[in-house]
Design a binder for this molecule. Structure first.
Ligand code: AHG
Ligand code: MN
Ligand code: MN
Ligand code: MN
Length: 324
C-alpha cells in the first residue's frame, strides 16, 4: 500500500503543499493518540471557557486547536490559520503561500462518550495583496487548493482532495504511517439513506419539512421507496459515511434563534466538505447556491448545508425551490 508522500508526489502536487499536508498528518497522529487516551490522560470533559461560536469548549477542542496552531505555524509555507476555536486569525510566515482554516475537533459532544470525532481542514492560497488580516480568508471555496478531514474512529483515517478526486488513507498504528486505502472515492448517484437531526423538525422551513415527511412515507409515498436514517452528530463522520456509501446529509436553516438560523460554519465545515463531495461526484448546496460559490463576508459565517448523492440532493432542492 502506498504511503502519503509518494502518493502526493505521484499526483504531482506542489512540494510546499505536500509539506503542509504532511504537517497536518503529524497533527492527525498526535490528536488521534490523545483522543484514544481519554480519561487515562485526563483530557475528557469541558473547560470553563466559551468560544467565539458561543459554545463551551471541551478540553480536547482546546488541545487539538493548540496542536494544529503550533505545528502549522512552524511551517514556512503557512501564512496564517483560522479556527472555529479562535476569535481572529493567527499569522505565521510572512511569505507563506497558504492559509489553513480548520475545525480542530468536529463532533465535540461525542468526545466524552467515546464516539466518532474528527478534524476538518481547508487550504487556500495566500491572496496577492497578502494583507495579513482576516480578509485573506474571505475567498469562495472554489479557490481551495486542498481540503479534507481526519476521522478518529475505530480506525484513524485521513481523507482529502487536492483537486484530482478524493483519496482515503488509513493510519497503520504498527508503523505510524498513513497508507492509501481508497484511491478514487465516488459517491453513488442514488441513495436510500438520509441524515438530519429530526428533533429540529418543528423549526424547519415548511418546504424542508415536506421533503423529509415524504421520505418517511417510504414506498407508498410520492418518493416510491423506503428510506433509512442515520445521525452521528459529528458532520465529519456523517459525511464520511456519505463518501463511503452515498446518502444525503443536511443541517438546514432552522428558526429556533433568528440571530443564529444556521449551525454549520462555511470556512471550517461547509467549504472543505463541499469540495470533497463535488470531487467525489456529489452535490453540496445551501438550497440557494452551490456552497463553493459563496463569497464569505466573515470568517465565522454560518450556512445551511445539503450535500451528498447527486440525484437525492437534486430531489431535495426541487422541494426547496430556492428557499433555504
Ligand atoms: P463542533 O463539534 O465542531 O462544534 O460541530 C458540531 C456540529 C456538526 O459536527 C454536527 O453535524 C452538528 O454540530 C451536530 O448538531 P446537533 O447537536 O444539533 O445534532
Ligand atoms: Mn464547536
Ligand atoms: Mn464542527
Ligand atoms: Mn469543532
Amino acid at each position: 500500500m502506498q504511503r502519503l508522500i509518494p502518493t502526493l508526489r505521484n499526483d504531482q502536487v506542489d512540494e510546499a503543499l505536500i509539506s503542509v499536508l504532511n504537517s497536518l498528518s503529524i497533527c492527525a497522529k498526535e490528536i488521534s493518540f490523545r483522543v484514544g487516551q481519554g480519561d487515562l490522560a485526563g483530557v475528557l470533559g469541558s473547560t470553563l471557557d466559551e468560544n467565539i461560536q458561543g459554545e463551551t469548549q471541551k478540553k480536547l477542542d482546546v488541545l487539538s486547536n493548540q496542536l494544529l496552531k503550533d505545528i502549522l505555524l512552524e511551517s514556512t509555507h503557512v501564512r496564517a490559520v483560522a479556527s472555529e476555536e479562535e476569535d481572529g486569525i493567527v499569522t505565521g510566515a510572512a511569505e507563506g503561500q497558504y492559509l489553513v482554516a480548520f475545525d480542530p475537533l468536529d463532533g465535540s459532544s461525542n468526545i466524552d462518550i467515546n464516539s466518532m470525532v474528527g478534524t476538518i481542514f481547508s487550504i487556500l492560497p495566500t491572496p496577492a495583496d497578502n494583507s495579513g488580516d482576516a480578509s485573506m480568508f474571505l475567498q469562495p471555496g472554489r479557490q481551495q487548493v486542498a481540503a479534507g478531514y481526519i476521522l478518529y474512529g475505530p480506525r484513524t483515517m485521513l481523507v482529502f482532495t487536492t483537486g484530482r478526486g478524493v483519496k482515503m488513507f488509513t493510519l497503520d498504528q504498527t508503523v505510524g504511517e498513513f497508507l492509501l486505502t481508497d484511491a478514487d472515492v465516488q459517491i453513488p448517484l442514488d441513495t436510500e439513506e438520509f441524515a438530519i437531526n429530526m428533533s429540529n423538525h418543528r423549526h424547519w422551513r415548511p418546504e424542508m419539512r415536506r421533503y423529509i415527511d415524504d421520505l418517511l412515507l417510504g414506498k407508498d409515498g410520492p418518493r416510491g421507496k423506503n428510506f433509512n436514517m442515520r445521525w452521528i452528530a459529528a458532520m465529519v463522520a456523517d459525511v464520511h459515511r456519505v463518501l463511503c456509501r452515498g446518502g444525503l446529509f443536511t443541517y438546514p436553516w432552522d428558526g429556533r434563534s433568528h440571530s443564529k438560523p444556521y449551525k454549520l460554519r462555511l470556512l471550517y465545515e461547509g467549504n472543505p466538505m463541499a469540495l470533497l463531495v463535488e470531487q467525489a461526484g456529489g452535490i453540496a448546496h445551501t438550497g440557494q447556491e452551490a456552497i463553493l460559490d459563496i463569497q464569505p463576508d466573515d470568517i465565522h459565517q454560518r450556512i445551511s448545508v445539503i450535500l451528498g448523492s447527486k440525484n437525492e440532493v437534486a430531489a431535495c432542492l426541487n422541494y426547496l425551490e430556492g428557499s433555504q
